[in-house]
Design a protein around this ligand. Structure first.
Ligand SMILES: [Zn+2]
Length: 137
């Protein structure tokens, strides 16, 4: 099972006010794995507790209105190597990997923010994938 050492437990794991998270203040960029204007993978560090995350930015281009849907996904990782492995395994998007923190800005719709897969009823295969990716070599 995917677990994070208690000493490394980030306040974001239990936050009930994720919608108002101030991204520039909440994270320091550690490393950029891939970046273009509509997709990026970065290793970031929580400025509060130093928890590392693989951060994915994804923007869907629909060529209308300029109000393109955007999604930011954050995956907690135990170290930089685990972040790189996760990026290498899912270079085109973290998709169903759990647990993940998702900030969704759908076109014209309300923004949402929340954890996927923190509860027990999550996809076992995805959870096992994350466990292996986070394993210390
Ligand atoms: Zn934190």
């Amino acid at each position: 099972m995917f677990t994070i050492p208690r000493s490394k437990r980030c306040h974001l794991f239990d936050s009930t006010d994720l919608l108002h998270l101030d991204f520039p203040c909440a994270f320091d960029a550690v490393e950029t794995y891939v970046e273009d204007s509509h997709f990026s993978h970065r290793l970031v560090r929580c400025t509060d507790c130093s928890q590392l995350y693989l951060k994915e930015f994804y923007e869907t281009i629909d060529w209308a209105d300029g109000d393109d849907p955007q999604r930011v996904t954050l995956m907690p990782v135990v170290n930089a190597e685990a972040g790189k492995r996760l990026h290498d395994a899912f270079p085109n998007g973290l998709g169903a990997v759990v647990p993940r923190l998702v900030f969704d800005s759908p076109k014209g719709g309300p923004r949402t923010a929340g954890w996927v897969g923190m509860e027990s009823r999550i996809d076992v295969t995805a959870r096992e994938t994350v466990r292996q990716l986070n394993a210390e070599s």
